[in-house]
Write a protein of this length. Structure first.
Length: 217
């Protein structure tokens, strides 16, 4: 009975004695796994931030083009082809500034200009994801600004659509929305996509672990 007890104790001490030798290998394995996760999350961060920035730049270009051009609507006026934008109307390719102050035009212009400014701010803030200090709230703020830009442009287009269908649809028989108006809707979609990318990038910066500094041995 004593020999069995003694043998059991020796075996138990042998198992315990093997634990310290296994710890460095386990720590090294954990460090490698943490570094791998960090690299994957960093790659995802730059991919999402890059996608958000590209979408934001495309949105900004489209918003500027849509706001500045004169083809929100095309129609026939006294047998002549005509088109109009937010700032001018054109008849037979001769353009004139809008001289009548209309509330819905003012609202559409204001919301589109605010959308352009908000989009520009979102792009600038989103570029902070490519700096060394990625763990900050500027990326999140940039995403919110891009989403806000899409929402402002959406309001502008909704106002213009409602008034145009109600008013011009009754005044002119042959009319249609044109490419400046369509570009505005494309910009809305891209603005929301850019904002989502930036917000996802911020979530990655918040969730990613710091690289391990533990020694390998």
């Amino acid at each position: 009975m004593r020999d069995r007890g003694t043998g059991f104790k020796k075996d138990r001490h042998t198992v315990r004695g093997s634990d310290p030798a296994a710890r460095p290998a386990k720590l090294k394995l954990l460090n490698v796994q943490e570094d791998s996760v960090f690299q994957v999350l960093s790659t995802m961060l730059y991919t999402l931030a890059g996608g958000g920035t590209l979408c934001g730049v495309a949105t900004l270009v489209l918003l500027i083009v849509s706001t500045a051009t004169d083809f929100w609507m095309q129609y026939r006026y006294s047998g002549s082809s005509a088109n109009q934008g937010l700032w001018r109307f054109c008849i037979n390719h001769k353009c004139h500034a809008h001289t009548i102050t209309v509330a819905f035009w003012d609202a559409t212009r204001a919301f589109m200009l605010l959308a352009v400014l908000s989009c520009f701010a979102g792009i600038v803030l989103g570029l902070s994801a490519f700096t060394n200090a990625t763990k900050n709230k500027r990326v999140c703020t940039g995403g919110i600004a891009l989403v806000l830009s899409g929402f402002l442009a959406l309001l502008a287009l909704a106002i213009y659509t409602g008034v145009t269908v109600t008013f011009f649809g009754k005044r002119f028989l042959d009319w249609r929305f044109s490419w400046s108006y369509i570009i505005g809707w494309v910009a809305v979609i891209l603005a929301f996509a850019a904002g989502v990318f930036q917000l996802c990038a911020y979530r990655q910066t918040s969730a990613e672990p710091a690289p391990s500094n533990n020694p390998d041995s």
